[in-house]
Write a protein that binds this ligand. Sequence first.
Ligand code: G6P
Length: 367
Amino acid sequence: EAAEKGGYDSYMLKEIYEQPTALTNTLIGRLHDDTGEVNLDIGLDPASFKRISIIACGTAYYAGMVGEYLIEQLARIPVDIDVASEYRYRDPLVSEQTLAIVVSQSGETIDTLEALREAKKGGARTLGIINAKGSSITREVDDTLYIHAGPEIGVASTKAYTSMVSAMLLLALWLGRARGTLGGEQARELLHAARELPRLVEAALAPERVARIQEIAEKYAHASDYLFLGRGVNSPTAYEGALKLKEISYIHAEAYPAGEMKHGPIALIDEDLPVVVVATESRLLEKTISNVQEVRARKGKVIALLSDGDTENAQHADDVIYVPRAHEMVSPVVNAVAMQLLAYFTATALGKDVDKPRNLAKSVTVE
Ligand code: G6P
């Protein structure tokens, strides 16, 4: 087993470090940034549906949330998203005009598989965004967009998440180009940003950055609760950060879109509550910073994810995690790495077995 972990203490840490390679494999051969075209090699007719339903569980659901945002922004198609266990029982509105996208690392999650069958019954076209080759879901969908992240052993998903988000970006770009909502110049800019992802994630894993996150994780490891905030395309980053922390450290964590904080969670804030805020470059950065100030005014401890070079906003935080600058649309991939490391080092500081978190299974094949 030690050999399989390739010198790392755990599969999870190994898989965190495999992300630059996993992302290269997700993107390779699919991006043509000289022409602004994306090639997905799927049979799906991009003009054959009017709306999209994204269906998934767990971490894959948060990758789907990023997809919802990207597809609506870039391809201007209405998208809704459901957790699979809800979708399958809520008598969803499906027609031949629906594209159902199921997202799953294992391709075996029973709720996701059953939700897919429900969508097919209603006449939907179906697309899987899947890691495991030849898995059950891939045998039942019309098309599969493999993420090619390689086998993932750690129960808490890491490289599959960032690869799923990248596959969602590819899909949004492809749909945007095919449906004429995304111009050549913007496409080339985004394709270029996508191509940079393996390098940016490599940079996010530089030893000094990892050491800084470990320091912060250890400083707050004894907190009993954590709040995670993000906005726009990075609100799923906050949800995924909270999920990762819960899964492996057993610390209670909640996530909210930052603008919604004032409608409830603000009541929780006191000097014992660490609040992780995704405040990297974006159209909404100023608004996020005003949310940060509201946390600070109530003595919450702010851990801010800031883009490299943003020294101005560092004054609003107790602790800063700097992440490599990335185009807003691709930033969820880079920011997720910091979230994974924060959860990882919190769990290890508390002596938890990150590869075998209690009560969780890698793939849930019973209802
Ligand atoms: C389990 C795992 C999660 C995973 C979820 C969905 O709950 O513990 O890490 O995100 O299943 O799995 P899937 O294979 O469908 O992506």
